[in-house]
Design a protein around this ligand. Structure first.
Ligand SMILES: *Cc1c(COP(=O)(O)O)cnc(C)c1O
Length: 379
């Protein structure tokens, strides 16, 4: 998404910070993914951005949803999404939330441990469960390994345990790591999943579902594989490794790639100063107000209104709170003449930004405006 005249004008007229959301871009992303993976059902990972207009647009396009909590479930219910179109993809659930989801009619539950299987068996007897294999998340900017998923042998025994506990061992999921740069990560993961499929088949358990997780990247500062390229690898890998398993339900859970390039975060410089030899620039957004992912050095493209990168300087960019963790980037290049009250844009910041926004230090999280709302506001 690009900074256009409307956003420029809004940046001058309205109080910053705010995130501009282009709902049309979300729709385009959905349709493009659907066309790139024709046999795959899309379950939008709500945690990337749960703005109600995003959820409504995806609901209307026929999307399903990957949910992680009662809060996300209730938000979808409030706009009339059927629980049949939800999957409880968090392998760390409260028992009472499992029961809540099951009673509503949610059918699919993620597990990656024996204890989670037992919790689901107690509260959602007969539910379909899918187990998560751990993948190496190298080549991604935001790894989701370690905390989630487990090795192949363990996944097999977890699904057998589910079977013995009266659940339906239904499928395998993985996540290649969020913002993955390597399309062959999907191939690697599908190959590993196929080992589980085949071993369980020998044990009389026929899995029905492959869940490709998320991980599709958004354009920031490095080249990325396209959705079409990833779709091709996925298609070929399924044909090559899973041909024995007919009528598979294949799903994907895009978060970042549905909304990342549908947002621009608009902020302002509130201080420029020198500390020793270092130049510091402070903004009215920071780690606690939308830029959480920068703590792992996630790189956004940054534009400064009216200033060019022809002549650059080295700066440390920080947020407004009284906490030194609230440092966005150390030693990055910015236009050398960046100054007080300059408008600073974080491009393609629609995913995992406002969703993390806190009110730490009494500073409100960025407001969120759709393009339509923005047009109204600056009329
Ligand atoms: C966060 C998450 C996703 C979305 O991942 P992206 O990289 O944002 O596409 C998908 N599935 C699960 C289970 C997740 O936790």
């Amino acid at each position: 998404m690009e900074v256009n005249e409307l956003i420029r004008e809004a940046a001058k007229k309205l109080e910053t910070p705010f995130l501009v959301l282009d709902i049309e871009q979300v729709k385009k992303n959905y349709i493009r993914l659907k066309n790139s993976m024709k046999k795959v059902d899309i379950f939008y990972a709500v945690k990337a951005n749960s703005h109600i207009e995003i959820l409504k647009a995806l609901r209307d396009l026929g999307s399903s949803f990957d949910v992680a909590s009662v809060g996300e479930i209730d938000k979808l219910l409030s706009i009339g999404v059927s629980p049949k179109r939800m999957s409880f993809g968090n392998p760390i659930k409260k028992e009472k939330d499992i029961e809540y989801a099951w009673k509503l009619g949610i059918e699919y539950f993620s597990v990656d441990s024996e204890m989670e299987v037992e919790k689901v068996a107690r509260r959602a007897p007969g539910a379909k469960v899918y187990a998560r294999i751990a993948t190496s998340s190298n080549d991604s900017d935001w790894p989701l390994s370690g905390k989630f998923g487990t090795d192949i042998d363990h996944v097999i025994s977890i699904l057998k345990w589910a079977n013995r506990n009266g659940l339906v061992p239904y499928g395998i999921s993985f996540h290649v790591g969020s913002q993955s740069y390597n399309k062959y990560k999907w191939q690697e993961a599908i190959l590993e999943a196929s080992v589980v499929f085949n071993k369980l088949m020998k044990n009389g358990i026929e899995l029905k579902m492959l869940n490709l997780g998320g991980g599709i990247p958004v354009k920031h500062t490095k080249p990325i594989p396209t959705v079409e390229e990833i779709g091709e690898v996925v298609d070929e890998s399924i044909q090559e490794y899973l041909w024995k398993h007919k009528d598979l339900m294949i799903i994907t859970e895009p978060g970042r790639s549905m909304v990342g390039d549908a947002g621009i975060l608009v902020s302002k410089v509130i201080l420029k100063s020198r500390k020793g030899a270092k130049q510091w620039v402070y903004l009215d957004v920071g780690v606690f107000h939308g830029l959480m992912e920068t703590i792992e050095n996630f790189q956004y493209e940054i534009q400064v209104e009216g200033k060019s990168y022809d002549k650059t300087g080295v700066f440390t960019l920080a947020g407004p709170t009284c906490d030194s963790v609230d440092t966005i980037y150390e030693d990055i290049l910015l236009p050398a003449d960046i100054d007080y009250e300059d408008i600073v844009y974080f491009i393609n910041a629609g995913a995992y930004t406002v969703e993390y926004g806190s009110s730490f230090n009494g500073i409100e999280p960025p407001k969120v405006y759709t393009i339509d709302e923005l047009k109204e506001l600056i009329k």
